[in-house]
Ligand binder design. Structure first.
Ligand code: UDP
Ligand code: MN
Length: 428
């Protein structure tokens, strides 16, 4: 403004040139705050499909200036494309056999999300927090657009990337919501970590503090989704994990998904979270079982499948309310679909667990034995195929994406045999 005011004065012509040069230098070298404001306004206005209003007027005025400076959203997209081409030209990241066998002693002492953010993002923490805040403001309109025109819209991560909200941390690019993309090599897997969750806020920061550095050491592309049941019905971990999977795919085309308990901490860097030899159970033992497993078919704690395998299996069963049974049912589905699950051997697959009271677990599912008996007959009709839920509340945090959903029981298919105990259980 000062520059424009002075241009009327002939003697101030040189001042004008000086000011313009200063603005340009600031523009290109001193952090892109002005570009951010412009891109943010542009994306908000587009997303809300608004044709009038303050934003649009300012944008119209700014547009010729931005175009002449060759800094429009198109240019940003081209920039993003270049990064992608660049990544594709890179050598592939470490394969699982190249990952060092390094034992980790998990830190299980209490901490807070704020401390973990500071520890993981270091000097970038404020920038990352701000990016998440900005992205959250646009998220409702991004979701609305995506829900109304479905797959025709860009994925949520694509839209967010175009808003110039990614922050580079170490050799990773981080998008709001905790999506980490390696910059120095081409990742072999794009992994969605999905955690079934309710009211375990004491475990969440401990889990994040542990798993994020581990996945970074494995040079994977990854994003963490906390899929939360938001009501007081019995906990249905399987159903919230199904929902976590569906919602994660709205963010990006993940090719590998790992379903993880929030209180499980892998103890070896070599325990690779990419999807080879899938489906996979990541665990070979934990201290409370004297570093063994109670039974060989155990398929809980941390399990992984490729996206296409999970769809083929029809996801997890939705009928398990309360503690237990859904993991064995899932194992039966995996085997019945002709897959041979794998598991790391010995100390590579050791997990430590964060202690909690048994009262923190959900109530025992008294119908589980009955439900498991009819696992085969329900397999193709209960899972992703019949899943229905009201739109979840989604919130982007620096280290994770929270998907919070008020799940309800689904209609009982008349073809499924009823379990005597089921009605009693539902009325609890
Ligand atoms: N869980 C949760 N809230 C609950 C119960 C379970 O978030 O009220 C999730 C959490 O991820 C936990 C997992 O489900 O790690 C397995 O439940 P739990 O720890 O109770 O089972 P355990 O393996 O200890 O018997
Ligand atoms: Mn537990």
């Amino acid at each position: 403004m000062y520059c424009l005011a002075r241009i009327n004065s002939r003697r101030s012509f040189y001042i004008f040139i000086l000011c313009t040069t200063m603005v340009t230098v600031t523009w290109f070298h001193q952090g892109p705050w002005f570009q951010n404001v412009y891109l943010y306004m542009q994306s908000n206005t587009e997303l809300a499909s608004s044709t009038s209003g303050e934003n649009t007027a300012i944008l119209r005025a700014l547009h010729p200036i931005m175009t002449s400076l060759n800094w429009t959203r198109n240019r940003k997209s081209i920039g993003a494309l270049k990064i992608k081409e660049h990544t594709e030209a890179l050598k592939p990241c470490l394969s699982s056999s190249e990952i060092p066998k390094v034992r980790i002693d998990p830190r299980k002492n209490k901490t807070t999300l704020a401390r973990v953010n500071a520890e993981i993002f270091g000097s970038m923490v404020r920038k990352v927090r701000h990016a998440a805040g900005t992205a959250n403001k646009s998220l409702p309109s991004i979701l609305m657009k995506r829900r109304s025109i479905q797959k025709a819209a860009s994925s949520i991560d694509q839209t967010i990337s175009k808003m110039n909200l990614a922050v580079d941390v170490d050799d990773y690019r981080v998008l709001p919501g905790g999506h980490w993309i390696p910059l120095s090599c081409r990742p072999l897997w794009k992994v969605a970590i999905v955690v079934g969750f309710r009211n375990r806020f004491q475990h969440l920061p401990i889990f994040l503090r542990h798993i994020v550095p581990l996945l970074k050491r494995q040079k994977l592309e990854f994003s963490i989704f906390i899929s939360e049941q938001r009501n007081n019905l019995l906990f249905n971990k399987a159903m919230v994990m199904n929902i976590g999977f569906i919602e994660a795919m709205e963010f990006n085309d993940f090719d590998c998904v790992v379903f993880h308990d929030v209180d499980h901490l892998a103890m070896n860097v070599r325990n690779y979270y990419g999807c080879e030899n899938m489906p996979k159970h990541f665990e070979s033992g934990e201290p409370k079982w004297n570093w063994k497993l109670p039974y060989q078919e155990l398929f809980g704690g941390a399990v992984g499948v490729t996206t296409s395998q999970f769809v083929e299996i029809n996801g997890f069963p939705n009928v398990y309310w309360g503690w237990g049974g859904e993991d064995d049912d899932f194992y039966n589905r995996v085997v019945a679909n002709g897959f041979k699950p794998s598991r790391p051997e010995g100390e590579i697959g050791y997990f430590d667990t964060i202690e909690h009271n048994s009262k923190d677990s959900s109530r025992l599912n008294i119908a589980k034995f009955c439900l498991q008996k009819q696992c085969a007959e329900r397999m193709s009709t209960d899972g992703l195929s019949n899943l229905k839920y009201e739109p979840p509340t989604i919130e982007l945090h620096p280290l994770y994406t929270n998907i919070s959903v008020n799940i309800q029981r689904l209609p009982w298919n008349p073809k499924w045999k009823r379990c005597d105990t089921l009605d009693t259980m539902y009325s609890l």
